[in-house]
Ligand binder design. Structure first.
Ligand code: GLA
Length: 671
């Protein structure tokens, strides 16, 4: 049993945590426990704490995750318990605590889901208008999460910008309120919809960490609260402040899932659990091998031709690439940023016989073929816009903002979404396409209340339909790099384009931050040219590879400019990557230091370490984690045998060779 209940008390258990909900004296469901495992008997001793979904009104003065205005102007919710259901979910159990307003015709279901072998607890909310008049929903969060009293809470989250996503930040949790949010209609470069709190004492390997992540790719808001007594928690959901809904008679509003995980094993322990959860219960095709990709963007940008792409394909195949992706620039009229978006057929001048000759060439070389698309956008200079200017997302009497010279289609409209689906379906049906890179290069602007949520739902629906119709198709999520990375998009894509910044030295921090929640098999990482196109930094080829090999490897450089020696080294490194790929993508990931990461799967241990600058501390020994102290491990390259206890306590034999800036170590347990 995963869910236990007795009147007014519910206990959910996972392998290493427990969660208890209790009806408070005011009838509101309240958190009684979120932390280490406990029994129903132990849970009985716990008082009811903060509300599971805080409404406004009465003596509540905190952040309201549920704000309602009825037709007569009255606001808030007075809770009445209607009952509960526990159903078998496949796999797992689903608890629904059914609530209603005491007076007004509004039913509120609080949902909880747990699964065997998984430490994640999914929570979400549904509202149902059972009356005859519309109800205004000013805010409906998915859930509020409460952590136990501790004196020194810290907040861990990521911040950033284009080209510098997923920068980890850890600070004392401010007193009062801290809001993390995106108002951009995508999850954001500047933030990511997850939060972690620890009691000020957690390290990579020890200490309690509480965390939650929202499965939503549009705008969102998570607000943490912290009072002087050490009480803390957060509430979060879709939409930024001011996005409201009218819930008509008989209508239902369902929020996205807000998934929480607790671990007593530090920030490493919490990442392990997130990775397992995403791989086992979020990704649509977790076991599919992520191919080594070539992507044309940095090599050729908008200036592409069939012959040039064929030449790149020859070179890519020569170094072991498995999937050749033509990025932007292949479709009608696309010569730069100002034209073409919306006209999703091959440019007749560049591809006079369509894409078939190129695709056949790529297939003959033993690779699959993929294409870049940006289906939500349109340029004014396009046939689509000339035909359907009314499909653009805009508001009457308001200027239409252009970002990167483009507008957005109003995907909240079902007819526009249907058109997008048809175009993509036609493209994939008519060509042998194994992979789409689905980009979104501008935020949402000039959108009314009725857009923010339906827009994302329709994006999801189009992707879901496309995957169902083309089960072999892989999809990479992208929004100018990592602007739309979250559990919602990962439920329907295979990987994410992590950042447009491919400078390997800067990429390390981006990848570390990304990997706090999301597993390496989803982390698109290319090796590009040196010096780097954005930062101008020169780096050795092996360094660039060793950084990208920590994720889902791709090649994004102009292979025509690589020397024969570079190509030979690249072929060797791609081969090594293919050997370690099952461990990197399916194993446990451990951050050993800011400059090193370890992947462990069964008997295999991989350590990638980097020294981007003359950091003295980066020459310190890197201690390996999670080995059997009594085990013996063979270095697969040198044949040397090491004792587990030595590798764990004294680290890899060092110092680094002075001239080398990165290293890949492979060990296999031999006894
Ligand atoms: C975005 C993506 C890039 C590339 C360009 C093409 O910036 O993040 O990888 O696809 O668009 O225009």
């Amino acid at each position: 049993m995963i869910v236990h209940e007795e009147p007014g008390l519910w206990l959910l258990t996972t392998p290493s945590s427990a969660y208890a909900v209790r009806l408070g004296p005011d009838g509101a469901p309240r958190c009684a426990h979120w932390g280490p495992p406990l029994t129903l008997d132990q849970a009985r001793a716990l008082p009811a704490g903060r509300e599971e979904l805080a409404s406004e009104g009465g003596g509540r003065f905190g952040v309201a995750g549920l704000q309602i205005r009825y037709d007569d102007g009255v606001r808030g919710v007075e809770w009445q318990h209607l009952g509960h259901d526990i159903t078998d979910d496949n796999p797992g159990s689903h608890l629904t605590i059914r609530m209603a307003d005491r007076h007004y015709p509004l039913e509120i279901d609080l949902h909880y889901r747990v699964r065997p072998g998984d430490d994640a607890i999914d929570r979400w909310t549904t509202l149902r208008n059972t009356g005859a008049a519309p109800i205004t929903i000013l805010r409906c969060d998915s859930a509020a999460w409460t952590v136990p009293h501790r004196p020194d809470y810290r907040l861990t989250h990521v911040t950033g910008e284009w080209g510098a996503e997923f920068q980890t930040r850890r600070t004392p949790l401010a007193m009062a309120e801290t809001t993390l949010t995106s108002r951009r209609g995508h999850s954001g470069h500047h933030a990511n919809p997850w939060v972690m709190l620890d009691a000020g004492d957690a390290t990579e390997d020890h200490g309690e960490v509480w965390s939650a992540a929202l499965a939503w790719s549009g705008s969102w808001r998570i607000t943490c609260e912290h009072d002087r007594d050490g009480r803390a928690g957060w509430t979060g959901g879709f939409g930024h402040e001011g996005v409201t809904w009218r819930l008509g008679p008989g209508e239902t509003l369902e929020t996205p899932k807000f998934t929480g995980i607790y671990s007593a094993e530090g920030f490493g322990g919490i990442s392990h659990r997130w990775h397992d959860h995403v791989r086992c219960h979020v990704l649509p095709a977790p076991d599919r091998t992520r191919p080594v990709i070539f992507n044309s963007w940095e090599a050729t940008e908008f200036d592409i031709s069939q012959a040039q792409q064929m030449e790149l394909a020859d070179l890519a195949a020569g170094i072991g690439v498995e999937l050749f992706v033509v990025d932007d620039g292949w479709f009608a009229g696309r010569r730069g940023e100002t034209a073409g978006l919306g006209d999703w057929w091959p440019d007749p001048e560049r591809f006079p016989d369509g894409l078939t000759p190129l695709i056949e060439h790529v297939k003959r070389l033993g690779m699959d073929f993929g294409l870049w698309v940006e289906p939500e956008s349109v340029n004014e200079d396009s046939e689509l816009y000339r035909k359907h200017p009314e499909w653009v997302l805009r508001q009457p009497n308001r200027h239409s903002s252009e970002v990167r010279d483009q507008l957005l289609l109003d995907l909240a409209r079902d007819d526009v979404a249907a058109w997008v689906y048809d175009r993509l379906d036609e493209l994939v049906t008519g060509n042998d396409i194994a992979f789409l890179k689905w980009d979104m290069n501008r935020p949402v602007t000039e959108a009314g209340d009725d857009v923010w949520v339906p827009y994302i739902r329709n994006v999801y629906a189009v992707i879901d339909r496309l995957r169902a119709a083309h089960p072999h198709l892989m999809i990479e999520g992208c929004a100018s790099g990592g602007g739309r990375a979250d559990l919602g998009i990962l439920a329907r894509t295979d990987q994410i384009w992590t950042s447009d910044n491919t400078d390997a030295a800067q990429r390390i921090a981006i990848q570390h931050g990304y990997g706090r929640l999301y597993p390496a098999c989803t982390m698109g990482a290319w090796v590009t040219d040196s010096p780097n196109a954005i930062t101008g930094r020169p780096t050795p080829l092996a360094f660039r590879f060793h950084v990208a090999m920590a994720g889902a490897l791709g090649i994004g450089g102009d292979l025509r400019r690589w020397s024969p020696a570079d190509l030979a080294e690249a072929a060797h490194l791609v081969e090594r990557y293919k050997e370690i790929r099952p461990v990197v993508h399916g194993g446990r990931a451990d951050r050993l230091a800011d400059w090193a990461v370890q992947y462990t799967r069964d008997a295999d241990v991989i350590v990638l370490s980097w020294r981007p600058t003359m950091l003295v501390h980066a020459t310190a020994p890197v201690r390996i984690k999670g080995l059997d102290p009594d085990g013996r491990y063979r270095d697969r390259d040198t044949g040397e045998i090491h004792h587990g206890v030595v590798l764990m306590n004294h680290g890899l034999p060092r110092p680094w060779p002075f001239e080398s800036s990165s290293e890949l170590k492979r060990f296999t347990r031999v006894g």
